[in-house]
Design a protein around this ligand. Structure first.
Ligand code: SAM
Length: 290
Protein backbone atom coordinates (compact mmCIF):
# COMPACT_ATOMS: atom_id res chain seq x y z
CA UNK A 1 0.00 0.00 0.00
CA UNK A 2 1.10 3.57 -0.66
CA UNK A 3 2.36 5.57 2.34
CA UNK A 4 -0.22 7.68 4.18
CA UNK A 5 1.77 10.80 3.24
CA UNK A 6 0.62 10.95 -0.37
CA UNK A 7 -2.03 13.24 -1.84
CA UNK A 8 -4.18 10.33 -3.02
CA UNK A 9 -4.17 8.39 0.25
CA UNK A 10 -4.63 11.47 2.41
CA UNK A 11 -7.65 12.49 0.33
CA UNK A 12 -9.05 8.94 0.39
CA UNK A 13 -8.64 8.66 4.19
CA UNK A 14 -10.30 12.04 4.74
CA UNK A 15 -13.23 11.04 2.51
CA UNK A 16 -13.66 7.57 3.94
CA UNK A 17 -13.91 8.99 7.45
CA UNK A 18 -15.92 12.00 6.37
CA UNK A 19 -13.33 14.35 7.86
CA UNK A 20 -12.49 17.99 7.35
CA UNK A 21 -9.26 19.73 8.41
CA UNK A 22 -9.52 21.74 11.63
CA UNK A 23 -7.54 24.91 11.11
CA UNK A 24 -7.92 25.86 14.78
CA UNK A 25 -5.91 22.74 15.73
CA UNK A 26 -3.13 23.46 13.25
CA UNK A 27 -4.10 20.53 11.02
CA UNK A 28 -1.76 20.76 8.05
CA UNK A 29 -0.86 17.20 7.17
CA UNK A 30 2.37 16.24 5.43
CA UNK A 31 1.94 14.74 1.97
CA UNK A 32 5.59 14.22 1.04
CA UNK A 33 7.08 10.94 2.16
CA UNK A 34 10.66 12.02 1.39
CA UNK A 35 10.40 14.82 3.93
CA UNK A 36 9.06 12.40 6.54
CA UNK A 37 11.81 9.87 5.93
CA UNK A 38 14.27 12.72 6.28
CA UNK A 39 12.82 13.81 9.65
CA UNK A 40 13.10 10.27 10.99
CA UNK A 41 16.62 9.92 9.69
CA UNK A 42 17.75 13.28 11.14
CA UNK A 43 16.23 12.22 14.46
CA UNK A 44 18.38 9.08 14.22
CA UNK A 45 15.54 6.81 15.28
CA UNK A 46 16.44 3.13 15.61
CA UNK A 47 15.00 -0.02 17.21
CA UNK A 48 16.25 1.00 20.65
CA UNK A 49 14.25 4.24 20.57
CA UNK A 50 11.00 5.02 22.25
CA UNK A 51 9.48 7.94 20.37
CA UNK A 52 6.94 10.39 21.71
CA UNK A 53 4.98 12.03 18.92
CA UNK A 54 2.81 15.13 19.38
CA UNK A 55 -0.21 15.38 17.07
CA UNK A 56 -0.16 12.31 14.79
CA UNK A 57 -3.03 13.65 12.63
CA UNK A 58 -3.96 10.76 10.29
CA UNK A 59 -0.64 9.02 10.95
CA UNK A 60 1.65 10.24 8.12
CA UNK A 61 4.71 10.76 10.32
CA UNK A 62 3.75 8.08 12.86
CA UNK A 63 3.93 5.46 10.11
CA UNK A 64 7.48 6.41 9.13
CA UNK A 65 8.62 6.48 12.77
CA UNK A 66 6.98 3.10 13.45
CA UNK A 67 9.06 1.52 10.68
CA UNK A 68 12.26 2.35 12.58
CA UNK A 69 11.48 2.73 16.29
CA UNK A 70 10.91 0.21 19.03
CA UNK A 71 7.68 1.94 19.99
CA UNK A 72 5.80 5.17 19.22
CA UNK A 73 3.50 6.82 21.75
CA UNK A 74 1.42 9.47 20.00
CA UNK A 75 -0.75 12.10 21.69
CA UNK A 76 -3.58 13.54 19.61
CA UNK A 77 -6.07 16.09 20.93
CA UNK A 78 -8.70 15.64 18.21
CA UNK A 79 -11.07 12.82 19.19
CA UNK A 80 -12.26 12.42 15.58
CA UNK A 81 -8.81 11.13 14.59
CA UNK A 82 -8.57 8.26 17.06
CA UNK A 83 -10.59 5.78 14.95
CA UNK A 84 -8.84 7.02 11.83
CA UNK A 85 -5.45 6.30 13.36
CA UNK A 86 -6.58 2.85 14.48
CA UNK A 87 -7.42 2.18 10.85
CA UNK A 88 -4.39 3.78 9.12
CA UNK A 89 -1.84 2.44 11.59
CA UNK A 90 -3.29 -1.08 11.88
CA UNK A 91 -0.27 -2.63 10.08
CA UNK A 92 2.01 -1.51 12.93
CA UNK A 93 1.94 -3.23 16.32
CA UNK A 94 4.43 -0.82 17.90
CA UNK A 95 2.18 2.26 18.04
CA UNK A 96 -0.03 3.45 20.89
CA UNK A 97 -2.25 6.49 20.43
CA UNK A 98 -3.71 8.52 23.30
CA UNK A 99 -6.45 11.07 22.93
CA UNK A 100 -4.98 13.85 25.05
CA UNK A 101 -3.83 17.45 24.94
CA UNK A 102 -0.05 17.20 25.14
CA UNK A 103 0.02 20.20 27.46
CA UNK A 104 -1.96 18.18 30.02
CA UNK A 105 0.25 15.08 29.97
CA UNK A 106 2.55 14.44 32.92
CA UNK A 107 5.45 13.37 30.73
CA UNK A 108 7.81 12.69 33.61
CA UNK A 109 5.41 10.10 34.96
CA UNK A 110 4.61 8.80 31.52
CA UNK A 111 8.25 8.12 30.73
CA UNK A 112 8.79 6.46 34.10
CA UNK A 113 5.90 4.09 33.39
CA UNK A 114 6.58 3.34 29.74
CA UNK A 115 10.32 3.42 29.24
CA UNK A 116 12.78 0.77 30.42
CA UNK A 117 16.40 1.27 31.38
CA UNK A 118 18.68 1.44 28.36
CA UNK A 119 15.99 2.71 26.01
CA UNK A 120 16.47 6.13 24.46
CA UNK A 121 13.57 8.56 24.43
CA UNK A 122 13.16 10.94 21.50
CA UNK A 123 10.46 13.41 20.61
CA UNK A 124 9.61 13.63 16.92
CA UNK A 125 6.72 15.73 15.63
CA UNK A 126 5.23 17.98 13.03
CA UNK A 127 3.98 20.42 15.65
CA UNK A 128 0.68 22.29 15.61
CA UNK A 129 2.01 25.80 14.92
CA UNK A 130 -0.37 27.65 17.22
CA UNK A 131 1.29 26.10 20.29
CA UNK A 132 4.84 25.32 19.16
CA UNK A 133 6.50 27.42 21.86
CA UNK A 134 4.38 26.26 24.84
CA UNK A 135 4.91 22.61 23.82
CA UNK A 136 8.67 23.00 23.50
CA UNK A 137 9.00 24.99 26.71
CA UNK A 138 7.02 22.30 28.53
CA UNK A 139 9.31 19.59 27.16
CA UNK A 140 12.44 21.54 28.07
CA UNK A 141 11.54 22.91 31.48
CA UNK A 142 10.25 19.58 32.84
CA UNK A 143 13.83 18.27 32.74
CA UNK A 144 12.72 15.06 31.04
CA UNK A 145 15.14 12.22 30.33
CA UNK A 146 14.83 12.91 26.61
CA UNK A 147 17.76 12.49 24.26
CA UNK A 148 16.65 14.69 21.37
CA UNK A 149 13.72 16.62 20.00
CA UNK A 150 13.28 16.80 16.22
CA UNK A 151 10.35 18.95 15.24
CA UNK A 152 8.81 20.73 12.30
CA UNK A 153 7.64 24.26 12.95
CA UNK A 154 7.12 27.60 11.26
CA UNK A 155 10.39 28.65 9.63
CA UNK A 156 10.53 31.99 11.46
CA UNK A 157 10.11 30.34 14.87
CA UNK A 158 12.88 27.83 14.09
CA UNK A 159 15.12 30.76 13.13
CA UNK A 160 14.41 32.47 16.46
CA UNK A 161 15.06 29.32 18.48
CA UNK A 162 18.43 28.72 16.82
CA UNK A 163 19.66 32.34 16.44
CA UNK A 164 23.04 33.56 17.73
CA UNK A 165 23.67 36.92 19.45
CA UNK A 166 23.64 40.01 17.24
CA UNK A 167 21.23 38.33 14.85
CA UNK A 168 17.84 40.01 14.36
CA UNK A 169 16.11 36.77 15.37
CA UNK A 170 18.02 36.45 18.67
CA UNK A 171 15.88 36.99 21.74
CA UNK A 172 14.55 35.44 24.93
CA UNK A 173 13.24 32.40 23.03
CA UNK A 174 16.71 31.68 21.57
CA UNK A 175 18.18 31.85 25.05
CA UNK A 176 15.51 29.64 26.65
CA UNK A 177 15.95 26.95 24.00
CA UNK A 178 19.75 27.11 23.90
CA UNK A 179 20.01 27.00 27.68
CA UNK A 180 18.64 23.45 27.56
CA UNK A 181 19.74 22.24 24.12
CA UNK A 182 22.03 22.65 21.16
CA UNK A 183 19.74 23.67 18.35
CA UNK A 184 20.12 23.58 14.61
CA UNK A 185 17.83 23.98 11.60
CA UNK A 186 18.38 20.81 9.58
CA UNK A 187 15.95 21.33 6.72
CA UNK A 188 13.62 23.91 5.24
CA UNK A 189 10.28 22.58 4.06
CA UNK A 190 8.10 24.49 1.58
CA UNK A 191 4.39 24.95 2.27
CA UNK A 192 3.58 22.84 -0.83
CA UNK A 193 4.44 19.70 1.17
CA UNK A 194 1.30 20.07 3.30
CA UNK A 195 -2.40 19.55 2.88
CA UNK A 196 -4.01 22.03 3.19
CA UNK A 197 -1.13 24.40 2.45
CA UNK A 198 -0.35 26.72 5.37
CA UNK A 199 0.43 30.41 4.76
CA UNK A 200 4.02 30.02 5.92
CA UNK A 201 7.04 27.88 5.11
CA UNK A 202 8.39 25.45 7.66
CA UNK A 203 11.67 24.15 8.98
CA UNK A 204 12.84 21.13 10.92
CA UNK A 205 14.69 21.97 14.09
CA UNK A 206 16.98 19.42 15.71
CA UNK A 207 17.45 19.91 19.44
CA UNK A 208 19.93 17.78 21.34
CA UNK A 209 19.18 18.01 25.03
CA UNK A 210 22.21 18.99 27.14
CA UNK A 211 22.99 16.86 30.20
CA UNK A 212 23.47 20.16 32.10
CA UNK A 213 22.15 23.60 31.14
CA UNK A 214 24.61 25.58 29.02
CA UNK A 215 25.42 28.02 31.84
CA UNK A 216 25.40 27.86 35.61
CA UNK A 217 22.89 30.22 37.19
CA UNK A 218 22.17 30.67 40.89
CA UNK A 219 18.50 31.36 40.33
CA UNK A 220 16.93 30.03 37.12
CA UNK A 221 13.73 32.03 37.40
CA UNK A 222 15.61 35.30 37.90
CA UNK A 223 17.87 34.50 34.91
CA UNK A 224 14.93 34.12 32.54
CA UNK A 225 13.16 37.11 34.03
CA UNK A 226 16.25 39.26 33.53
CA UNK A 227 16.66 38.02 29.94
CA UNK A 228 13.02 38.84 29.24
CA UNK A 229 13.43 42.32 30.72
CA UNK A 230 16.62 42.96 28.72
CA UNK A 231 14.67 42.47 25.49
CA UNK A 232 11.73 44.55 26.77
CA UNK A 233 12.37 47.22 24.18
CA UNK A 234 14.89 45.94 21.70
CA UNK A 235 16.31 49.30 20.72
CA UNK A 236 16.92 50.41 24.29
CA UNK A 237 20.15 49.75 26.16
CA UNK A 238 20.41 47.06 28.80
CA UNK A 239 20.59 49.71 31.49
CA UNK A 240 17.38 51.40 30.40
CA UNK A 241 15.46 48.16 30.02
CA UNK A 242 16.55 46.86 33.43
CA UNK A 243 16.07 50.21 35.15
CA UNK A 244 12.49 50.22 33.94
CA UNK A 245 11.79 46.60 34.85
CA UNK A 246 13.33 46.74 38.33
CA UNK A 247 12.60 50.35 39.34
CA UNK A 248 10.87 49.20 42.55
CA UNK A 249 13.69 46.90 43.65
CA UNK A 250 16.97 48.50 42.59
CA UNK A 251 18.18 52.10 42.41
CA UNK A 252 20.28 53.50 39.58
CA UNK A 253 23.52 53.50 41.51
CA UNK A 254 23.22 49.87 42.58
CA UNK A 255 22.40 48.93 39.01
CA UNK A 256 25.57 50.66 37.78
CA UNK A 257 27.53 48.70 40.38
CA UNK A 258 25.99 45.42 39.24
CA UNK A 259 27.04 46.06 35.63
CA UNK A 260 30.55 46.89 36.80
CA UNK A 261 30.82 43.78 38.96
CA UNK A 262 29.56 41.59 36.10
CA UNK A 263 31.93 43.37 33.65
CA UNK A 264 29.08 44.14 31.27
CA UNK A 265 28.86 47.50 29.52
CA UNK A 266 25.41 48.91 30.44
CA UNK A 267 25.12 50.73 27.10
CA UNK A 268 25.02 47.45 25.19
CA UNK A 269 21.74 46.08 23.90
CA UNK A 270 20.28 42.79 25.09
CA UNK A 271 20.63 41.28 21.64
CA UNK A 272 24.44 41.42 21.88
CA UNK A 273 24.79 39.37 25.09
CA UNK A 274 25.65 35.68 25.05
CA UNK A 275 24.00 33.17 27.41
CA UNK A 276 27.20 33.27 29.47
CA UNK A 277 27.10 37.06 29.81
CA UNK A 278 23.45 36.97 30.85
CA UNK A 279 24.40 34.34 33.45
CA UNK A 280 27.18 36.57 34.77
CA UNK A 281 24.78 39.49 35.06
CA UNK A 282 21.98 37.44 36.64
CA UNK A 283 24.32 35.89 39.22
CA UNK A 284 25.49 39.32 40.40
CA UNK A 285 21.93 40.65 40.23
CA UNK A 286 20.84 37.76 42.45
CA UNK A 287 23.01 39.09 45.29
CA UNK A 288 21.30 42.46 45.30
CA UNK A 289 17.68 41.57 44.77
CA UNK A 290 15.46 40.37 47.55
N1 SAM B 1 1.69 14.48 12.30
C1 SAM B 1 0.74 14.80 11.26
C2 SAM B 1 1.46 15.07 9.95
O1 SAM B 1 2.68 15.31 10.02
O2 SAM B 1 0.83 15.05 8.92
C3 SAM B 1 -0.15 15.98 11.65
C4 SAM B 1 0.57 17.26 12.05
S1 SAM B 1 -0.49 18.65 12.24
C5 SAM B 1 0.64 19.94 11.83
C6 SAM B 1 -0.64 18.87 14.01
C7 SAM B 1 -1.48 17.83 14.73
O3 SAM B 1 -1.46 18.16 16.14
C8 SAM B 1 -2.95 17.78 14.35
O4 SAM B 1 -3.32 16.45 14.14
C9 SAM B 1 -3.70 18.37 15.56
O5 SAM B 1 -5.00 17.84 15.73
C10 SAM B 1 -2.76 17.96 16.69
N2 SAM B 1 -2.85 18.83 17.89
C11 SAM B 1 -3.17 20.14 17.96
N3 SAM B 1 -3.10 20.59 19.23
C12 SAM B 1 -2.71 19.54 20.00
C13 SAM B 1 -2.47 19.36 21.39
N4 SAM B 1 -2.61 20.38 22.26
N5 SAM B 1 -2.11 18.14 21.85
C14 SAM B 1 -1.96 17.09 20.98
N6 SAM B 1 -2.18 17.20 19.64
C15 SAM B 1 -2.55 18.41 19.16
Amino acid sequence: MKPIATITRTKAIMERHNLSFKKSLGQNFLIDVNILENIVSKADVDEECIVIEVGPGIGALTEQIAKKAKHVYAFEIDGRLIDVLEDTLSPYDNVTVFQQDILDVDLQNFIEEHVNQGEKVKVVANLPYYITTPILMKLLTSHLPVDSITVMMQKEVAARMSADPNNKDYGSLSIAVQYYTTSKVVMNVPKTCFMPQPNVDSAILQLNVRSQPKVHVEHEELYFELVQASFGQRRKTLKNNLKRAYSDEIDSETLEGIFKEASIDPTRRGESLSLEEFAELANVFNQYIT
